[in-house]
Design a protein around this ligand. Structure first.
Ligand code: NAD
Length: 261
């Protein structure tokens, strides 16, 4: 399947799942706009490496996804420099773990801004161009926590449930414009975001990081293995394909059976 001639903006693609998705889309021939935080030299090596490895055009935007004006500017810059945003992958996300009564207000606000409001702002900016061209794909990276809850993750669970709802609204509004909107709901994927939670748990409970990994998986997933960024990337590429043209408004689990229970 070829995405040659398409342009994909993947938010939060300097690490983890976003990077896996960016690599998979580039592998299918799509030009890219990378986004996310990190060391400037490493990001430039990543950007130019993707261009060389896949023979595509790749740009980088340092936009902070908690800033609506910066999000709109990123979409506009992508359209000006590469001609379009055909594929929008809303992936940037952060986590904070605490009971509601201890949850810092600023963490609540940041998680809602980055994990939820950014999905609205980026979609709002990208949809007019998709409609004008009669083709588009919106892929929102929600979570198993978009479908079920866990304790100590109030902001994250609220944001991810809302992303699943927002995805459905976009699907309905865009149903006859050649544009689909779907959510991918991963279970555990071993990325820096999860590694930080593993290390915090290992330290809090005086156990090894390997023991924390086993605990994370056995508590939530019937399947005792992590999904990979490549697994999520492959599904994102499929959702961009012509065979997926009538898949819209779906919340697709890649979670080792987490929400089957
Ligand atoms: P990660 O920490 O490896 O990557 C997050 C990316 O988002 C990084 O590129 C980071 O720089 C970027 N980012 C963070 N704040 C940003 C901001 N304000 N503006 C722009 N970019 C920002 O995490 P990950 O595990 O790859 O998570 C990616 C997405 O997948 C998130 O939405 C997360 O909620 C979701 N998810 C992850 C898992 C998992 O198990 N890892 C499971 C379900 C859903």
């Amino acid at each position: 399947m070829s995405l040659k001639g398409k342009v994909a903006l993947v938010t939060g693609s300097t690490s983890g799942i976003g990077l896996g998705i960016a690599r998979a889309l580039a592998g299918a021939g799509s030009d890219l706009v990378l986004n996310g935080f990190g060391d400037a030299a490493q990001i430039e090596a990543l950007r130019s490496g993707l261009e060389t490895e896949f023979g595509i055009r790749a740009r980088y935007s340092a936009a902070d996804m908690s800033k609506p004006a910066a999000i709109a500017a990123t979409v506009a810059e992508a359209q000006a420099a590469l001609g379009a945003v055909d594929v929008l992958v809303n992936n940037a996300g952060i986590q904070h773990v605490a009971n509601i009564e201890d949850f810092p207000e600023e963490k609540w606000d940041a998680i809602i801004a980055i994990n939820l409001s950014a999905v609205f702002h980026a979609s709002k900016a990208a949809i007019p161009g998709m409609k004008a061209r009669g083709w588009g794909r919106i892929v929102n990276i929600a979570s198993a926590h978009g479908l079920v809850a866990s304790g100590q993750k109030s902001a994250y669970v609220a944001a991810k449930h809302a992303v699943v709802g927002l995805t459905k609204v976009a699907a309905i509004e865009l149903a006859n414009h050649g544009v689909t909107a779907n959510a991918i709901c991963p279970g555990w994927v071993l990325t820096p975001l999860v590694q930080r939670q593993l290390e915090a748990r290992a330290q809090a409970e005086g156990i090894s990081v390997d023991a924390a990994k086993r605990a994370f998986l056995s508590e939530k997933q019937p399947m005792a293995q992590f999904s990979t960024p490549e697994d999520i990337g492959a599904l994102a590429v499929f959702l961009c394909s012509d065979n997926a043209k009538t898949i819209t408004g779906a919340a697709l689990s890649v979670d080792g059976g987490w929400v089957a229970q």
